[in-house]
Each structure stands twice: as structure tokens, then as C-alpha cells.
Design a protein around this ligand. Structure first.
Ligand code: NAD
Length: 477
């Protein structure tokens, strides 16, 4: 979705990088080294399907190897191109640095409409693509670890992991070659929801700071905020579900491929998603909302928070002037173009940038990779010990109360919650929450302490570039 006169996605990411880099004291050589994409591998491979050979084009781009393995999702979409994977790989470098996951940046993609192929065909295509990448170490637990992105999910990651294991039969760390696997195939609890959950934690952290809210002209908390979400896929669905069910937000519109569905009183997200599952992904006809055929027009509707969670470039020079949301949370990668970003900043709109807002996915991928390398589920050693210590305390309190005739009783639900040790899901969520809070504070510190930093995006780039530069310098570059 490129509007004429606008830079490409990769150029847009580079221009955003440049805005921040000029505020840092980097040598021109180091600045250039960090900005450029190290390599992009293009592969064209054939698969015999429906009686003939079909040729597919795929990419795996490595933006920066200042830390290894490099990390980044694999996307299945017809829009996939070298420019797109390079932009996304660059964003991965900065994202990993911002949330302190010890990875370089990478991204992959296959030009394919996954809806045109059945499950068995997709498995053949995925295994063949994986084979091409594995034999060049572009999928490898120590060098390059993919994850899901648009059009892929747990199923594809399980096929990739199995393909790697078949080709590396003695690699004890084979499962760590890819993240986002289903839990029964070496995945981790909470990975599917992770990016949407991270969006929720990012927004909670933003709303903890009154002066940050004030910059967007917002007050109060998340409760009752009117939210518009674009894309009810993995990221958008989880973000919308958690924000509405746990934080009291009203999702007043969801924009999808076949239009938007609107309900000022708030949409029931779980029901809407089930409707989409039963209707080939369409929102039209959903009984608890009004369908608007020109879905993209809802990006311009009045609301408190706009969450683009579908794809890049949707807020661009053609609509930026008309965007009314005072706060945009970039759950998708690159939804706001460089030109639109300038317009929105001028209008006073606050943008929580993609490299931070959607970093929950890579954060939990990091936990999964660590779990695979340590060959043990999180919480397995501590959980019951934690419960036993809590039980000791509760029993002692009850004994003291009985001894002294105080008649104290602990509420049953408190006791149950206090006595339950942390399982893997609880630990993953806690680690994710901590990561999102810490990264926000690092960004915010730069945003508030420097006169020359106008917005959170530049602040995020400054934190990230500075960290990447430090790593390069310590390598002697
Ligand atoms: P997905 O394929 O699960 O969902 C995308 C959704 O957007 C689908 O429901 C699709 O129908 C909808 N959509 C596509 N084009 C649209 C359009 N033009 N208008 C409205 N809706 C449209 O993908 P996802 O994994 O949720 O990824 C969405 C975005 O989030 C991408 O930019 C991706 O790079 C980014 N992201 C994903 C993850 C992850 O863990 N999956 C992590 C970080 C960032």
C-alpha cells in the first residue's frame, strides 16, 4: 500500500533512523554500519502441487549481526518483497535492542496467499522453503531463529522445527531453531497471545504517566476509552480482547479486509472473532454491529486510541491530515509512513511506536528460545517449593490467630491466590510485563530529558541505536 510520492517502507524506516541518528554522537562510518542491511537471500523454489510445478519466491534478510542469533518472523503474503523484509529486519534490530533481547535483526517472507492452498499443500511449501533456509544456516538455533508473523502461526513453526530436526538429527538444541511453536512441540505458554498482551502492557504503562497522557490530551485511565482496531488477526484480536475484557476499553470499531464493523457501545471481541472464523474471515453480517464497506474510512473516525494491527503503510500522506485519534498505538510494523508521522506530530498526536508497542512477540520468543536451550519448562523446579513456603506462612498465621483467640480468618480466595505457585504462563506474563515497563521507562527518560527529542519514536530509536553502537564498539568497530 504505497501512496505516490512516499518513500518505500525500507526508506521510511531509514528516514526515521536518520532523524534519531543525527541527535547521537556517532561516527559517520558507524552510523552507516548500523543503518544498512547486511544481507538478503532470495530463493525461488519449485513444489509439485495439483499436478504441476509451482514456483515460489522467498526471502530471508539479515539486517544486523551485532548479536547472534538474529531473530525475526516469517511472513506469508502476496505483498512480500525484498524492500519489505529489509525494512522489517531493520525494525527487528532496533526492537531487540530496545527490549534487551540478545539478538540481531532478521526477517523472512514468502510471496504467497496462504488462503489459496490447503493445509497439506502449505506444509509441503513451508518444508521446502525451510529446507532452502536451513541448508544455508538461515534457520539455526545459534545463528538465525525465525518466528510467526502475518499469515503464519504455530502450525508453520512446528513444520519448520520438524524440518530442521530431520536435517540435523544429532543437534540437541534443534527445537531452539524457531520460536512460536505450539506448546506440545517445544513452544511456551503465552506465545500466541504475547504480541497483543505486550500491546496491553505497553498501554497500561503509558497510562501510568499523567504527563505522557497529557501530551496526547488524554486524562484518566484505560477504563472507558474509545478504541478503534485495524486487523483482528493474532495481534489485533488479543490486544482488543484483553483491553476490552480486562481494562474496560470500548472497542467501537474493528476494521478488516471486507470493511469495518462499528458499535459505539463496544464490540464483543470474542463473539466477533468467532463470527469471522465461521465466515471465512469476513466481519460483514455480524449481528452486533453496523457494517461499513469502506473500512479504511474508520481510521479517520473520532476515538481516543487508534490501534493499527494489520499491516504497514495504512496511515500515509493520503489520510494523515484527517486522522482524529490523539493516541496511535502501532501494534503492526510500520503502519505510519515517514510523511504521515511528520503530519501527525505537527497535529499533536502521540504515537507509541511499533518497535516498542509490538515487542511482546519477540520478548516471549526469547523466553521460548531460553526454555528450549535449557530443556526445562519455566517454574518446574520452583513452583511447588513456592507453594510450600506460602502454605507455611498461612498455617502459622492461622495457628497464631487460634492461639491468641483473635478469630482472624483469611479470605478463601486470597488464600487460594496466595498459595498458588507461579506456573509457566504466570512467569511468562510477569517477564513480559517487566520488559514492557522497563523499555517504556528507557524511552520515556530520553523523551522527557532531551529538548531535541519531540516524540517517542525518536526516543525509541535513540535508546536502540545507542545500545547497538555500544555492542559494535566493544567488538572493536
Ligand atoms: P495476522 O495475519 O494474524 O492478522 C492480520 C489481520 O489483518 C488479519 O485479520 C487480516 O484479515 C487483517 N488485514 C490484512 N490486511 C488488511 C487491511 N488492508 N485492512 C484491514 N485488515 C487487514 O497477522 P499478525 O501476526 O496479527 O500481524 C499483524 C501485524 O503485526 C503485522 O504488521 C506484523 O508484522 C505485526 N507483528 C506481528 C507479531 C506476531 O507475533 N504475530 C509480532 C510483532 C509484530
Amino acid at each position: 500500500m504505497r501512496v505516490s510520492g512516499e518513500p518505500s517502507f525500507r526508506e521510511s524506516v531509514d528516514l526515521m533512523f536518520n532523524r534519531a541518528a543525527r541527535l547521537l554522537d556517532l561516527s559517520p562510518g558507524l552510523e552507516q554500519k548500523i543503518r544498512v542491511c547486511n544481507s538478503t537471500y532470495t530463493v525461488r523454489f519449485g513444489v509439485r502441487l495439483r499436478g504441476k510445478i509451482e514456483t515460489f519466491t522467498g526471502y530471508r534478510s539479515v539486517h544486523s549481526e551485532h548479536m547472534e542469533p538474529v531473530k525475526g518472523g516469517i511472513r506469508y503474503a502476496l505483498s512480500v518483497s525484498q524492500d519489505e523484509v529489509e525494512a522489517l529486519a531493520a525494525l527487528m534490530t532496533y526492537k531487540c535492542a530496545l527490549v534487551e533481547t540478545p539478538f540481531g535483526g532478521s526477517k523472512g517472507g514468502l510471496c504467497i496467499d496462504p488462503r489459496q492452498w490447503d493445509e497439506h499443500e502449505l506444509e509441503q511449501i513451508t518444508r521446502r522453503f525451510a529446507y532452502e533456509l536451513i541448508k544455508r544456516d538461515l534457520i539455526h538455533p545459534a545463528q538465525n531463529v525465525p518466528a510467526p508473523d502475518m499469515g503464519t502461526g504455530e502450525r508453520e513453526m512446528a513444520w519448520i522445527a520438524d524440518q530442521y530436526a530431520r536435517m540435523n538429527t544429532t543437534d540437541i538444541n534443534a527445537k531452539a531453531c524457531v520460536t512460536g511453536k505450539p506448546p506440545h512441540a517445544g513452544g511456551i505458554q503465552g506465545r500466541v497471545e504475547a504480541t497483543g498482551r505486550g500491546v496491553q502492557y505497553a498501554m497500561r504503562e503509558f497510562f501510568r504517566h499523567m504527563d505522557d497522557m497529557a501530551r496526547a490530551g488524554l486524562t484518566g485511565g484505560l477504563e472507558g476509552k474509545r478504541v478503534i482496531v485495524q486487523g483482528l488477526g493474532n495481534v489485533g484480536y488479543h490486544a482488543a480482547k484483553f483491553l476490552s475484557e480486562e481494562d474496560g476499553c470500548k472497542i467501537i470499531a474493528v476494521i478488516e479486509r471486507d470493511g469495518a464493523i462499528v458499535n459505539e457501545a463496544g464490540l464483543p471481541i470474542e463473539e466477533l472473532r468467532q463470527w469471522m472464523n465461521a465466515n471465512g474471515g469476513a466481519v460483514a453480517g455480524f449481528p452486533r454491529g453496523t457494517h461499513v464497506a469502506d473500512g479504511a474510512s474508520l481510521l479517520e473516525a473520532a476515538c481516543d486510541i487508534l490501534i493499527p494491527a494489520a499491516m504497514e503503510g495504512v496511515i500515509n500522506l493520503s489520510n494523515a491530515e484527517r486522522i482524529r485519534a490523539p493516541l496511535i498505538v502501532e501494534a503492526a510494523n510500520g503502519p505510519v509512513t515517514f510523511g504521515a508521522d511528520e503530519i501527525l506530530r505537527r497535529k499533536g498526536c502521540v504515537i507509541i511506536p511499533d518497535m516498542y508497542a509490538n515487542a511482546g512477540g519477540v520478548t516471549v520468543s526469547y523466553f521460548e528460545w531460553v526454555k528450549n536451550l535449557s530443556h526445562i519448562r519455566f517454574g518446574r523446579m520452583q513452583r511447588r517449593a513456592e507453594e510450600a513456603r506460602s502454605r507455611l506462612l498461612v498455617e502459622e498465621l492461622e495457628r497464631l490467630s487460634a492461639d491468641k483467640g483473635l478469630g482472624w480468618t483469611l479470605a478463601e480466595d486470597f488464600k487460594e491466590r496466595f498459595l498458588t505457585g507461579s506456573d509457566e504462563l504466570a512467569l511468562v506474563r510477569s517477564g513480559l510485563d517487566d520488559t514492557m515497563r522497563t523499555a517504556y521507562q528507557a524511552m520515556r527518560e530520553v523523551w522527557h530529558s532531551r529538548q531535541d527529542v519531540e516524540d517517542l519514536r525518536v526516543a525509541a530509536y535513540i535508546v536502540a541505536i545507542d545500545r547497538v553502537a555500544k555492542t559494535y564498539r566493544s567488538k572493536g568497530l
